[in-house]
Design a protein around this ligand. Structure first.
Ligand SMILES: Cc1cc2nc3c(=O)[nH]c(=O)nc-3n(C[C@H](O)[C@H](O)[C@H](O)COP(=O)(O)OP(=O)(O)OC[C@H]3O[C@@H](n4cnc5c(N)ncnc54)[C@H](O)[C@@H]3O)c2cc1C
Length: 353
């Protein structure tokens, strides 16, 4: 998920370039007569400065407190609450004036799942995308589950916001277009706060859809690092309720990397381990051969994955790579590898959010 951060120029790209700059200045001291190196170095530094310090067209989008919400400008939002939900996470509630939320069914961006907003860190003028858990209500409220990384910029900044503070956001932006007629089976695989787009989608399907019997079946396989880092009850509670109410339409599987003895956020069963082939096979209803079947020659091969099956994957880079192969260059999807590749999923059946 972090891979899709579009506006991360400052922290991500500065660091690899610094050693190059240092290298250039060392050369200049030791080989004064070589005039080419300082000139090339100077041009390089000049270009790099332009790249980093010229205003970015999206970050420098105007702010308007009167126009309807849109991705083309920032809208001020008020912090309504900001509550701790785990060792590094908070549930943040923001409110925009409700009259700025125009719900137009013909709007191609619209507010259908899955959508997100960019929130701008005013101190350093950097924006990051975040997914409102429950879309946006009639009072203009949006609720987010936000993780803070030790050296992360915007997450830390958002964690420091107090009730009554103002932050600026722009959106909605379509993250993935939901089409209930296209798939029979959808397997959602998330890590950490990568669950947020899936929560938004599932809530839309199970709380707001009028045609649940016709909707695809869903399995959500979610993993967190430890029990206390599991999503809060606010997220897992409704999901557990959907699994109980619609057992043929929704299954939930929760994994932790390690059980460090910390207090889980949920009473739901947690399995220790990473997402593997067997989890995916179980989600598709493929049975494991019994000991007797193995003894009499049935190999643990996987039947072909049905054509109308979709896998959506969202989480930290390493998890996305292990499950579905790494992202490609320039924000492209990259090849389908990893667990899903080994099971024979095609690139049309896999989408890395
Ligand atoms: C469509 C979409 C929706 C999203 N929705 C959510 C959501 O609902 N909730 C949520 O929490 N996140 C969400 N994200 C992720 C979010 O956008 C950010 O990527 C995330 O919050 C990290 O941003 P940051 O500015 O805090 O960290 P960044 O500054 O981008 O840092 C990211 C990582 O790099 C490390 N890092 C930063 N600087 C350094 C350094 N100098 N040296 C070494 N390591 C460093 C950090 O420790 C961290 O691990 C979403 C992403 C996308 C693409």
């Amino acid at each position: 998920m972090l891979r899709l951060v579009i506006q991360s120029r400052i922290p991500c790209r500065l660091s690899p370039r610094l050693p190059l700059c240092r290298h250039a200045s060392t050369q200049r001291l030791s080989a004064r007569k070589d005039w080419k190196l300082p000139v090339v170095g100077g041009v390089f530094i000049g270009l790099a400065s332009l790249y980093f310090f010229l205003p970015d067209p999206s970050r420098s989008a105007p702010t308007s407190a009167n126009k309807p919400l849109s991705a083309s400008h920032f809208t001020p939002a008020t912090v309504i609450s900001n509550e701790i939900s785990g060792p590094n996470s908070k549930i943040l509630k923001l409110r925009v004036p409700p009259h700025l939320v125009i719900r137009d069914e013909n709007d191609p961006i619209g507010f259908g799942p899955i959508w997100s907003v960019f929130i701008k860190d005013d101190d350093i003028q950097v924006e990051r995308p975040y997914t409102p858990l429950e879309s946006i209500d009639e009072n203009g409220n949006m609720v987010f589950w936000i993780k803070r990384y030790p050296k992360g910029e915007v997450g830390r900044w958002l964690h420091s916001k107090q009730v009554g503070d103002t932050v600026e956001l722009r959106g909605p932006l379509k993250t993935w277009p939901w089409d209930e007629d296209k798939w029979d089976e959808i397997v959602l695989i998330s890590g950490g706060t990568g669950i947020t787009p899936f929560y938004q989608l599932l809530r839309q399907v199970f709380d707001h859809s009028t045609s649940i019997p016709q909707s695809p079946s869903f399995t959500l396989i979610h993993s967190s690092r430890t029990p206390e880092e599991m999503p809060p009850e606010q997220i897992l509670g409704p999901l557990a309720a959907y699994a109980e109410k619609y057992p043929n339409k929704f299954r939930l599987k929760l994994l932790v990397d390690t059980d460090d003895g910390s207090q889980p956020t949920t009473s739901l069963p947690l399995e220790v381990g990473r997402v593997n082939e067997q989890h995916i096979k179980n989600s598709l209803g493929f049975s494991e051969p019994t000991r007797w079947q193995k003894l009499f020659g049935r190999k643990d091969t996987c039947p072909p994955i049905p054509a109308k099956t979709l896998f959506l994957v969202c989480g930290p880079d390493q998890m996305v790579a292990a499950v579905s192969g790494p992202y490609g260059r320039n924000l492209s999807q990259g090849p389908t590898l990893g667990v899903l590749g080994r099971l024979g999923a095609t690139s049309k059946q896999v989408w890395k959010l």
